[in-house]
Design a protein around this ligand. Structure first.
Ligand SMILES: C[S@@+](CC[C@H](N)C(=O)[O-])C[C@H]1O[C@@H](n2cnc3c(N)ncnc32)[C@H](O)[C@@H]1O
Length: 286
């Protein structure tokens, strides 16, 4: 088993660990649809409010934002033009009359005026950024005082399962290490509260949102364990082998053992963290 200290960064900084393949697009869609009730419950924006969705990807969360807030004005931003094109198509198919403005931009250089938004929504993006606190601080500039930010992140340290397997844990760890080498943090969920507070937000409230799938919940096993989590780990196979983080035999055993947890007598647990916070007014005199 290859659990030694990781070799020097195998992925150039800034390389996005999941990539932008059609298969990854399908995975994002399965993830958002399977987890919509869990992740979007309690998130609804008033008619006419301006909402910035940062890192919208292929629009997988955008369709659920629109479902809960059909009359909000959503501005969806991503640095990938290709993902934005797919997001337009996805939203046009499910909510043809929705008010969505699509913008190609980087979180560190947002092309918006100060205090332009009433709310900000960020899902599964901070975990890919080399400096999530700087990103959150920059988002305060475009959020009006009193406006809210919602942040949702996973944490791979929360993945445990039955039957347990050191090979399966090592396969997950390959993804954690590749994401770290690309500047991200696959265990960022546990930091949502300190990151929001450190960036200067007020009234920070974080809730853990647990997914637990077993044989009595076949739709969750299919949608989450297989099509979201195992698919995500399996997608880094070539990068993990190229970086010598694993061997072909160890990798195949790890993926087989993860798939074993999705059988009738297997179980799988994972926790997401959802934080909501308020942008405070600037100090008096500013
Ligand atoms: C894991 S995907 C999540 C997409 C979507 N939020 C969802 O939950 O389905 C992360 C997205 O963040 C985008 N992203 C990463 N770094 C970014 C940056 N610096 N500025 C803007 N978008 C970024 C990626 O292009 C990708 O589409």
């Amino acid at each position: 088993m290859n659990t030694a200290t990781p070799p020097p960064a195998p992925v150039p900084a800034g390389d996005y660990v999941h990539g932008y393949s059609p298969r990854e697009g399908r995975r994002l869609g399965d993830q958002a649809d399977t987890l919509a009730q869990l992740l979007h419950s309690g998130t609804a924006y008033p008619a006419g409010s301006r909402v910035l969705e940062l890192g919208c990807g292929i629009g997988a969360q955008t369709v659920h934002l629109l479902r809960s807030s059909p009359r909000a004005h959503i501005v969806a931003v991503d640095r990938s033009e290709e993902s934005l094109a797919r997001a337009r198509t996805r939203v046009a198919g499910s909510a043809p009359h929705a008010r969505v403005e699509w913008r190609n931009a980087d979180v560190y250089d947002l092309p918006f005026a100060d205090a332009e938004f009433d709310h900000v929504f960020v899902c599964f993006v901070l975990e890919h950024l080399p400096d999530p606190r700087r990103a959150l601080t920059g988002l305060r500039r475009v959020l009006r005082p009193g406006g809210t930010i919602t942040v949702i992140e996973g944490d791979h340290g929360s993945a445990f399962f039955h039957p347990d397997s050191a090979f399966a844990r090592a396969a997950i760890n390959c993804q954690v290490r590749l994401q770290a080498a690309a500047g991200g943090d696959a265990q960022l969920g546990r930091q949502v509260q300190p990151l929001l507070a450190g960036a200067g937000y007020d009234e920070v409230a974080v809730r853990p949102l647990t997914v637990y799938a077993d044989g009595t919940l076949p739709a969750l096993v299919e949608g989450f364990t297989r099509n979201t989590f195992i698919a995500m780990v399996a997608s880094v196979r070539d990068k993990a082998l190229a970086a010598s983080l694993t061997t072909t035999a160890e990798w195949e055993q790890g993926i087989a053992d993860l798939c074993r947890t999705a059988e009738d007598d297997g179980t799988f647990h994972y926790t997401f963290f959802k934080g909501v916070a308020v942008n405070p007014p600037p100090p008096a005199g500013n």
